[in-house]
Design a protein around this ligand. Structure first.
Ligand SMILES: Nc1nc2c(c(=O)[nH]1)N[C@H]1C(S)=C(S)[C@@H](COP(=O)(O)O)O[C@H]1N2
Ligand SMILES: [Mo]
Length: 538
């Protein structure tokens, strides 16, 4: 502080500097987020102010931005989003703090108002209820209350302007003088910083606690409670990964299965209260409980699932043995009207998904699945029940946490992704991926296995070819066959020579269609192109 502190503005001189107010704003906001997160964790996790705003950002983000985020951050897209929302919130909170230095009342109102945006968003989401505003209301009160307290207790050192701090103020005229020139603040600074650090630690603890109490409980059903399938599939044979390192496992372990959804907190669904409603243009609407569903005849089916956002060579693909009720049978039971061309399913995270009626009623055996690889669905993969439609990308056929299926038409109702310009009919495209060697890795010269997976659900793979640099396409050996809806592993032996090589792969399906070399982005109907990697041989 300089000579300008010689009372140019008495009020300002008695207050702590701007940065201290900015800090007060930030720690108040952190505490508010922490409190809101815990309250939401207890009531309904998605109603946490931070998550509500994050979900709103996801819903509003233009498709190219979403695609960019998914391809840049991959499975870290959600943490990156939350971190960004947090940073922006804290910058605003710092500004509110600085404002509090001169316009306290306005700052307190503004700080609360910013957090109340979360209340409005939470309560008006597709699945929102009025009570979902509660976490943000409490957070808003925390923000203003704490900012006021910090101001009064640590930042404002004026005996005359506010009551309550008077008894702590020194009496002598010299002390008074010192206070007005900022010396007293210097003495208080330590206490303030300790309080700020303590509040930050408390907020972090609350955030952590909120995550804990809000986490979905492990399903209380276990593998042995699952019904026996009416078709008993033979166990799948050992895959190529048992012979050649680096090729994707024939069956993707549940814990390694990719995850793509809009849910910022994994839905926590009680299997005892969960219900599925089948309604719309049907003769006899139906409501099923989880127990009802488990009593219905179920089948097992090996299905590879793919995300439309998967880049060529990407990891948004996985293969599993699913157990469930064929959707066709449920739709037969309710009697679907003649004009129906889509089933609009909705889910606990507020999404809606349109699936063409054809894909749900033909013999491909789209399933309302309850288990994956012999285990009940995990909360991340849709517990208690999800749709799995072979041959269609996940965003049009694989609704997780499903709660309703409405028989309707594309003309009448449009789904979440349709509103964001993705295609309506989204068949999985014929694709292959090189898993080994890995791109940009250096390997020794000599005999080398080039291997990977290929898929063309509903058509099946007949051939995978590999090319080294600009050489001839060579046919790879295929691994075991688990049906047209399941991927095939493949490999080829290569006598690697020193240098830098480009390896490419392409698959051909049973219709004779070969994976095109024309490159397309994932939006709006799935990426295309050969998979090429560069490998260094030393
Ligand atoms: N309720 C719900 N279901 C959903 C989604 C979602 O956001 N919400 N995403 C879909 C998409 S885009 C894909 S690719 C698959 C992914 O399923 P997984 O996370 O089990 O791999 O789920 C689909 N089902
Ligand atoms: Mo997806």
């Amino acid at each position: 502080m300089t000579i300008t502190d010689q009372r140019p503005d008495a009020a300002a001189a008695r207050r702590a500097p701007r940065w201290a107010y900015a800090v007060a704003g930030v720690v108040s906001a952190l505490a508010a987020m922490g409190v809101g997160h815990v309250v939401a964790g207890l009531l309904y996790p998605p109603a946490s102010p931070l998550l509500a705003v994050g979900s709103y950002v996801i819903d509003l983000a233009p498709t190219p931005v979403k695609e960019w985020a998914v391809s840049t951050f991959g499975n870290a897209d959600k943490p990156v989003l939350i971190a960004s929302v947090t940073v922006v919130s804290l910058v605003l909170a710092a500004a509110v703090g600085v404002l509090a230095r001169t316009k306290l009342r306005l700052a307190l109102v503004l700080g609360a108002a910013l957090i109340l945006i979360g209340a409005v968003i939470a309560a008006t989401r597709p699945t929102g209820r009025i009570v979902d505003a509660v976490p943000s209301l409490i957070a808003a009160a925390t923000m203003s209350g704490l900012l006021f307290l910090l101001h009064k207790r640590f930042l404002l050192s004026d005996a005359t302007s506010e009551e309550g701090t008077a008894e702590e103020l020194p009496e002598s005229p010299t002390d008074h003088n010192a206070r007005e020139t900022g010396a007293l603040w210097a003495a208080d600074r330590r206490k303030f910083l300790i309080a700020a650090a303590g509040t930050t630690a408390g907020a972090a603890a609350l955030g952590f606690l909120g995550q804990r109490v809000g986490a979905p409980a492990a399903p209380s059903i276990t593998a042995k409670d699952l019904p026996k399938p009416t078709n008993s599939l033979a166990p799948l044979p050992a895959g190529l990964e048992t012979k050649y390192d680096g090729i994707s496992k024939f069956v993707t372990p549940n814990d390694d299965f990719y995850r793509v959804d809009i849910a910022l907190s994994v839905p926590r669904i009680d299997q005892n209260t969960w219900q599925l409603t089948i309604d719309g243009d049907v003769d006899k609407p139906l409501t099923l409980s989880y127990a009802d569903l488990l009593e219905m005849p179920m089948i097992e089916k090996d299905i590879t699932m793919t995300c439309v956002s998967n880049e060529v060579g990407g990891g948004y693909v996985g293969a599993a043995r699913w157990l469930g009720v064929p959707v066709r049978e449920l739709l037969d039971q309710v009697g679907v009207g003649k004009g129906v061309d889509q089933i609009l399913s909705s889910a606990d995270d507020g999404i809606t998904i349109s699936t063409p009626i054809q894909a749900l009623t033909d013999d491909r055996d789209a399933l309302l699945a309850v288990a994956m690889n012999g285990e009940p669905l995990s909360p991340t993969h849709g517990f208690p029940v999800r749709l799995v439609t072979p041959g269609l990308f996940g965003f049009v056929g694989s609704t997780k946490w499903i709660t309703s299926m409405t028989a309707t038409t594309y003309a009448k109702e449009s789904a979440y992704w349709t509103d964001r310009d993705w295609v309506i009919d989204a068949p999985v495209l014929t694709q292959s991926r090189i898993d080994t060697p890995r791109g940009l890795e250096t390997n020794p010269a000599g005999p080398t296995i080039i291997g990977g997976v290929a898929w063309a659900q509903q058509r099946g793979i007949t051939k995978v070819e590999v090319r080294v640099d600009d050489g001839e396409w060579q046919e790879a050996t295929l691994g075991p066959d688990a049906g047209i809806d399941y991927w095939r592993q493949w490999y080829i032996e290569w006598d690697a020579t020193p240098g830098r090589h480009t390896l490419s792969s392409r698959a051909t399906d049973t219709t004779g269609e070969t994976q095109t070399d024309a490159k397309a982005t994932p939006f709006p109907s799935g990426a295309t192109g050969w998979h090429s990697i560069v490998t260094m041989i030393a």
